[in-house]
Design a protein around this ligand. Structure first.
Ligand code: IMP
Ligand code: MG
Length: 504
């Protein structure tokens, strides 16, 4: 009589059936992949999807970030079996570091189908709207999540998902990271929303969710207008002539990855403004995220060059001449001033994208990194804090011994900070290795390294460098902050240094 894959002998509890009817599931008998962490919202999603008659596969992703995370997979597997749903367990590996939540989310979605349903409720929608508002999002962000098969529970409250679990006798997993005040969303949930309720004397959640609905409609209408005003966003004239709001939207649409690449943020307002400046003739080219540039030529805009990779050092004769005051020991540039400035801009853009939600503390290592640090800091389009430490390594003039002395310590407290060490050059890697252990002991939230130069084949210890400017041949170099006996730091390029054997 019943075509549904599962129905409890006693029928669904009345409440469950009523709530399922308020969700936006695909029709009965249709397949539906559900992302189920084991928390109350996602367990309710699983129950309600089955109750709505979908052919459900529950997908659990184990991030391996918490002890006992494998046991959470079992909670989901058991619930799925009880409900007659399929179960699929996935595992992903995520390294500790900055933007952990965002990276975990990306890794999670990478192993799930694009149209996977999540258990976001109206309460999540309200939080999303407020988080996006605080992050400076535009209309699209303020529109929150769109209802539909990917977010079938947006019409339900969190109290209702909890009650679904209770009436089905399911014991949800408690995720302790939901209480961690370092995550913006948790503070919005636990502090900001209750405060809004107290001040407005009404439940702010439905108000915010309704505003999101209205704003989404307006955003989509503006989208239509923008595609009419600027049918081709590479057309610099059309961009220049369109009303600013529509031109911005056209550029945003152009720069937003259409291939579902979730490793890239939507373009920032500053990026969009830079591109519009190129379109209107204020500049010829502009840096955008992912080490790319937008360039104008003959009234056309084009995106140039993905460079996730470390560029090889060009061996061709450099454009920048060797200044007349340097002696013969200072040879040809190994990395020219032009290559340095282009690469620093790319590193800055990559750091801007990676630390978008968590301003980093840049720790420069004196003295060598001083010039790199000051250029890099200006290439980062975020609020950053800056501190320095000075170390000196015992050893000969051109070789480190690995014994490091702290000459100047940091002023900043590292606890809970996202620290990015800015280094001039890695040779043996011993200095960095020492520094890393020293800084790690001060319990930063994350610790990453941005090294301008790495000498090939010299490292005696494993290095984990998140950002590298250039790999260079293993020769002694000077310039752009690097010295020999305190000299040549002010050269604009990085040059080979070969002491004259007749003089030593
Ligand atoms: P490491 O400990 O062998 O990796 O040496 C790193 C430090 O040695 C750098 O921070 C520099 O201060 C210095 N160093 C290494 N190679 C060079 C070079 O080619 N020119 C100038 N300084 C260098
Ligand atoms: Mg040095």
């Amino acid at each position: 009589m019943n075509a549904l894959p599962f129905e409890p002998a006693t029928g669904w509890p009345e409440e469950v059936a009523a709530l399922a009817a308020r969700c936006s599931f695909p029709g009965p008998g249709r397949p539906l992949a559900c992302a189920v962490s084991g928390g109350p919202d996602s367990l309710a999603l699983l129950v309600l999807a089955v109750a709505a008659g979908c052919r459900v596969t529950a997908i659990h992703v184990d991030h391996g970030l918490r002890p006992g995370s494998a046991a959470e997979a079992d909670v989901v597997a058991v619930a799925a079996a009880r409900l007659g749903a399929e179960f699929r367990g996935e595992q992903v590996a995520i390294a500790d570091g900055p933007n952990l939540e965002a990276r975990a989310r990306r890794a999670r979605f990478a192993v799930m189908p694009d149209d996977v349903a999540t258990g976001h409720t109206m309460d999540d929608q309200a939080e999303t709207v407020l988080c996006n508002l605080l992050r400076g999002a535009g209309l699209d962000g303020l529109g929150g999540m769109s209802p539909g098969v990917r977010h079938p529970l947006l019409g339900l409250r969190r109290s209702e998902t909890a009650s679904v679990c209770r009436s089905m006798g399911l014991e949800p997993v408690r995720d302790p990271s939901n209480d961690d005040p370092r995550h913006l969303r948790n503070r919005v949930r636990n502090e900001l929303l209750p405060l809004c309720e107290q001040i407005a004397r009404r439940d702010p959640v439905p108000v915010l969710a309704r505003q999101a609905d209205l704003l989404r409609d307006e955003a989509s209408f503006l989208g239509v207008l923008a595609s009419e005003a600027v049918p081709d966003p590479t057309d610099a004239r059309a961009l220049r002539d369109a009303p600013l709001a529509l031109a911005r939207r056209a550029v945003r649409g152009w720069l937003t990855p259409a291939d579902g690449r979730t490793d890239r943020h939507p373009p920032s307002a500053a990026e969009v403004a830079r591109v519009l400046d190129v379109a209107s003739g204020g500049s010829v080219a502009a840096q955008i995220a992912g080490g790319r540039r937008v360039r104008r030529s003959a009234s056309r805009l084009a995106i140039e060059g993905e460079s996730d990779k470390v560029p090889p050092v060009k061996t061709e004769r450099a454009a920048s001449p060797v200044p007349s005051w340097v002696p013969a020991e200072v040879g040809e540039p190994v990395v020219t001033a032009e290559a340095l400035s282009a690469r620093v801009a790319e590193l800055g853009a990559a750091i801007t994208a990676d630390y978008a939600t968590e301003a980093p503390l840049l720790v420069g290592v004196l003295k060598g990194a001083m010039i790199f640090m000051s250029d890099l800091a200006r290439a980062i389009d975020l609020p950053v804090d800056v501190d320095f430490m000075a170390v000196s390594s015992y050893g000969s003039a051109t070789r480190t011994s690995g014994v490091v002395r702290i000459v100047k310590d940091l002023d900043a407290d590292l606890a809970g900070r996202h620290v990015l060490v800015v280094e001039d050059i890695i040779d043996s890697g011993l200095t960095l290795n020492y520094l890393r252990r020293y800084l790690q002991a001060r319990r930063p939230a994350s610790l990453e390294v941005c090294a301008l130069l790495v000498k090939e084949g010299e490292q005696r210890v494993p290095l984990d460098l998140r950002y590298v400017g250039f790999k260079i041949p293993s020769e002694f170099v000077v310039g752009y902050g690097l010295d020999v006996d305190e000299r040549y730091r002010n050269l604009r390029s990085v040059h080979l240094y070969r002491p004259d054997p007749r003089r030593s």
